[in-house]
Design a protein. Structure first.
Length: 84
């Protein structure tokens, strides 16, 4: 309902304002209209992300080989087997 969306948007704005000291985008997000704020938060929370960490970087010492670690934030919910 429109009333529930308004309550949700207000709660999201409160969270954004609480993070304003650490987020350069908090002011912009707090100024968004209700629908835009809810849409951006929904997209952020429903899209899968993957973090890439360099375990080694290519150098002459390791014959220009690199090893990267990929970790997905939703891997546990997919019931995938552990890497071995």
């Amino acid at each position: 309902t429109p009333e529930q969306r308004k309550v949700l948007a207000d709660q999201l704005r409160d969270e954004v304002r609480a993070a304003s000291a650490t987020s350069p985008y908090a002011g912009q997000m707090a100024a968004m209209n209700d629908d835009a704020l809810i849409d951006i938060m929904r997209t952020t929370h429903t899209s899968a992300t993957c973090e890439i960490t360099a375990l080694t970087v290519p150098t002459a010492t390791n014959q220009q080989r690199a090893v990267s670690l990929y970790s997905a934030d939703d891997a546990r919910t997919q019931n995938l087997p552990y890497n071995r």
